[in-house]
Design a protein around this ligand. Structure first.
Ligand code: GLN
Length: 499
């Protein structure tokens, strides 16, 4: 069967269970596709086709031996290079970890292995997940499959591009301030960041521990539900995971029906439609608003007044936590140990720390360590970190009030479509503003999903288009509602045709 790489996980699983195809066939289709397309897109940091073949053959045996196999059996997936996989390199796109071999499996990967998935390779990211364009990778720049001169978004840009260009069936990423949803929006795929604590972070390299959450990037909403169900749940190895009930999201999504929209209160926050929003994106989101109204939803105007502080709050909390989390990269315990120019060991302990960190970290990472160290330093703690934590409480309260009036909230995921490579690198602040609509969701521990709802014209490419993402936010631990609403919208607007 030709073109297996185009299919969704749901479709592939169906064909596998009917014994119409084999996992090895799917894999071969992806290998060919990757060899053909990835040299231009650079979504992957590395592939491991040998291991993938072993995985696929093992999955085929399992499928042949009975009808009852887990949902990701035989499905080729890519993984952001921030998740540990035992015996494999995990670089976090940083030079400081260029020789780091993971000593154990992250819980997400352990669960994927129990699901008999096929590991296709590790995807590119902004170094330590700090960025919105994947330009901060120490290794390569990933390109947007819609226009190779544009960024795929970040920090899970490799993951988003790998899904959008059909270089895998789905991908796992992480989202600290928007890193799953924003690249999903810019590449025209589905990106889900679940409630803080729903997926274990054990074995995921930490950036900002009160915000980091694993997430999924997929070709459609059903696949996001399947992938979430496979990895969600309490983990005794991660104290931030909760004993949530893990629902059968795939079944729930299958049953999602238009009638669910009748009387559903859809909140539209005024703050998500302010200056800085590309008017064409604004009008796409308004079309969705009209569609939901037509389906019987009640549209409510709401306000999240303190979200105007969310970028500032985030950049204090995230950099402070990062400065502390990144202390461990000292040239001794992890990764690269710097040597003198003549190859000799550096003699002083301080010198070893300093030189290893200076050579190992890129500029954005250094900028954040400096900012965070400053914000936490004696005399400044109250003025910055403590104040930011208090504003975070206000943002949480804003959402709580909003969810008294609305069942879900919708808005744009990103203020602009994919921007040009190099367009924002000289101005970190304008880059930080790419996450203006996603960051508050992390600060409030809430689940958020981005889905493609159409395209706008690409101003720099004749006849070209760029995808637009709709963000849906639901109350805490209500991924079932979030995914159902997304599925209904997807059924109405159609799955967006990928590149
Ligand atoms: N773009 C944001 C940042 O640079 C968010 C990153 C993320 O979610 N990992 O920090």
């Amino acid at each position: 069967m030709d073109g297996l790489y185009k299919l969704t996980i749901g479709e592939l699983s169906d064909l596998l269970s009917k014994r119409e195809i084999k996992s090895v066939d799917i894999l071969n289709s992806y290998i060919q596709r990757i060899k053909e397309k990835d040299p231009q897109i650079s979504a992957y940091l590395y592939n491991d086709f040998e291991e993938a073949l072993q995985n696929a053959e093992a999955a085929d045996k399992i499928i042949a031996s009975g009808d009852d196999f887990p949902s990701l059996t035989g499905i080729p997936l890519s993984i952001k290079d921030i998740f540990l996989i035992k015996g494999k390199k995990t670089t976090c796109a940083s030079k400081i970890l260029d020789n780091f071999i993971s000593p154990y499996d992250s819980t997400v990967v352990k669960k994927l292995k129990e699901n008999n998935y096929v590991f296709l390779g590790k995807t590119n990211l902004d170094e330590f997940a700090m960025g919105s364009s994947t330009e901060n990778s120490a290794y390569k720049i990933t390109k947007n499959p819609y226009d190779l001169n544009r960024v795929p978004g970040g920090s899970s840009g490799g993951s988003a591009a790998s899904v959008a260009a059909d270089l895998c069936a789905g991908s796992f990423g992480t989202d600290t301030g928007g890193s799953v949803r924003q690249p999903a929006a810019l590449c025209g795929v589905v990106g889900l960041k679940p409630t803080y604590g729903l997926i274990s972070r054990y074995g995921i390299i930490a950036f900002s521990s009160s915000l980091d959450q694993a997430g999924v990037l997929s070709k459609d909403v059903t696949d996001a539900a399947i992938m979430l169900g496979a990895v969600a749940g309490f983990d005794e190895k991660d104290q931030t995971t909760r004993r949530f009930e893990v629902k059968n999201y795939a079944e729930i999504v299958k049953k999602a029906d238009k009638s669910l929209m009748k009387g559903l209160r859809v909140g539209i926050p005024a703050e998500f439609f302010s200056d800085g929003l590309d008017p064409e994106i604004g009008s796409k989101i308004s079309e969705i608003k009209a569609l939901l109204k037509e389906l019987g939803a009640t549209i409510v105007d709401i306000s999240l007044p303190d979200t105007k502080y969310s970028v500032a709050t985030y950049y204090i909390i995230a950099t402070s936590e990062a400065s502390s989390n990144l202390e461990r990269y000292d040239g001794i315990r992890y990764g690269r140990r710097h040597k003198e120019e003549d190859g000799k060991e550096i003699q002083s302990l301080d010198g070893l720390y300093r030189k290893s960190r200076e050579a190992g970290f890129g500029n954005e990472v250094k900028r954040r360590i400096i900012l965070g160290t400053f914000a936490l330093s004696a005399g400044y703690y109250d003025a910055y970190y403590k104040k930011a934590s208090l504003v975070r409480k206000l943002i949480i309260k804003n959402y709580k009030d909003a969810f008294g009036k609305a069942d879900v909230i919708i808005g744009p995921t990103s203020p602009t479509p994919a921007f040009l490579i190099g367009e924002k690198t000289a101005d970190p602040l304008s880059m930080y503003l790419s996450d203006i609509y996603t960051i508050s969701v992390n600060l409030a521990y809430l689940p958020g999903l981005s889905m493609p709802v159409g395209v706008v014209k690409n101003p720099t490419k004749d006849g070209g288009v760029l995808p637009v993402g709709l963000q849906i936010i639901s109350p805490w631990a209500m991924e079932d509602r979030l995914l159902s609403v997304a599925k209904i919208i997807e059924d109405e607007v159609g799955k967006y045709i990928r590149k």
